[in-house]
Design a protein around this ligand. Structure first.
Ligand SMILES: [Zn+2]
Length: 263
């Protein structure tokens, strides 16, 4: 991961929507991306209940109609869906009815987004196509290597190449706040030969798990260049002034991480 650029995010506000972005991620041009925060009470649902209009204000702020901001029914799995120019799957299926944890598209003016409150949001951009992806990686999808599966899928769908792809990892719970036990560490050990680099022992059957690092390493294994992997570098549980944290707060809101090829 490009740790030099770890703090290179900037806090912005657009029509009342507070969000973070990483300028270096957009330097290739042609896209917009945002990680919404809890500031201004916008960009997140309240009480943990999803309503259809949750992200309408975000879509409006970024100059698109709400039907062009696409999210799916996230289930901590490994299903990846391709969104077409109409904001649908294959021209007819509404993505909101589909269980998936990653969205890919090459359609300009279509924003793909994932909702998180501790889990790792990851945005990918291949300027050569162009094509983009939004990925939701909790520990289960991280173990299923959803990031590398998405990179491979972008290759199959769009001819994307990992060596020219850019990634940004959004705000997620840090290892100091994310303590896990055997039932999580078992699958982590099986999935990652380097598990000792992403988990720190905290005593008997307790580990601090670094999901951001796990996903960054997985992106590199898939062929992304280290300098092209950016990270916001903030912990959702430590920074509850900025973010919602499911671990720290229980029932809470969600942030949206979105990316769009400019229309
Ligand atoms: Zn923390």
């Amino acid at each position: 991961m490009n740790r030099d650029r770890k703090q290179s995010y900037e806090e912005r506000s657009l029509k009342g929507i507070g969000y973070l972005r990483v300028p270096a991620f957009e330097q290739a041009g042609g896209i917009r991306h945002a990680f919404t925060t809890r500031k201004h009470g916008l960009g997140a649902r309240t009480g943990g209940n999803k309503t259809p209009g949750d992200w309408d204000a975000v879509a409006n702020a970024f100059g698109i109609t709400p039907d062009k901001l696409i999210t799916v029914n996230q289930v901590h799995g490994e299903n990846i869906v391709r969104i077409d120019a109409r904001g649908l799957i294959g021209g007819k299926i509404d993505p909101r009815t589909i269980e998936a944890d990653a969205l890919v598209t090459d359609a300009p003016g279509i924003a793909v987004g994932v909702e998180t409150a501790d889990c790792v949001p990851i945005l990918l951009f291949d300027p050569g196509v162009p094509a983009v992806a939004a990925i939701h990686a909790g520990w289960r999808s991280t173990v299923k290597k959803i990031v590398s599966q998405t990179v491979v899928r972008m290759g199959a769908e769009f001819g994307s190449r990992p060596e020219r792809m850019l990634a940004v990892i959004g705000p997620a719970i840090g290892p100091e706040c994310y303590e896990v036990d055997g039932p999580v560490m078992g699958p982590v050990r099986e999935a990652f030969y380097h598990w000792e680099e992403i988990a720190t022992s905290r005593g008997k059957d307790r580990w601090g798990l670094d999901l951001v690092k796990a996903n960054a390493k997985e992106l590199m294994r898939t062929g992304l260049v280290e300098q092209n992997i950016h990270a916001i570098g903030l912990c959702t549980a430590c920074r509850r002034d900025l973010f919602y944290s499911f671990r720290a707060e229980g029932r809470t809101g969600r942030m949206l991480s979105m990316i769009m090829i400019k229309p």
